[in-house]
Design a protein around this ligand. Sequence first.
Ligand code: ADP
Ligand code: MG
Length: 156
Amino acid sequence: MTPFEFVSATPEQTQKFAKKLASLLQPGDVIALEGDLGAGKTTFTKGLAQGLGITRNVNSPTFTIIKEYRGNLPLYHMDVYRVEDSYEDLGFEEYFEGNGVTVVEWAHLIETQLPENLLTIHLYHGENGTRRMVLEPKGPRFEQIGKELFNEDFID
Ligand code: ADP
Ligand code: MG
């Protein structure tokens, strides 16, 4: 399958894209964000949070690992960079199967604990400060979401 790709020129465009994705999400959806430091994972999450109707400022949960926000849907924002052992169980599954949307930065570090169906988004640094985002959907639901997202024109 050809990957779904989007090139963002600014943090605002990244957030707008994430906001659009948020409108397609439902409880129990898990989004995995992969990319180097500064690639835009947290910036993306901020946009997603806006789209879920969260008004609180979303910050990187690097030291707390999991932060929870209330919105139209709850957002469980994880940054598992500091999880030392990929099998370390911090109760992830309860979040994944909970009533909210989960976003996991550096998700591959807890790969063994991730659900089967999820949407992985790879963020890459591009030229002139751009960011390339490549969506890798797993399961029919996220493939459908990918198609819907790329059906429309986001960039004005
Ligand atoms: P990560 O969580 O992946 O470490 P952050 O979102 O914390 O990354 O940081 C990304 C940084 O890059 C922010 O300072 C953001 O303003 C900047 N940036 C510049 N251009 C973009 C873009 N097109 N998309 C996302 N972030 C961008
Ligand atoms: Mg981050």
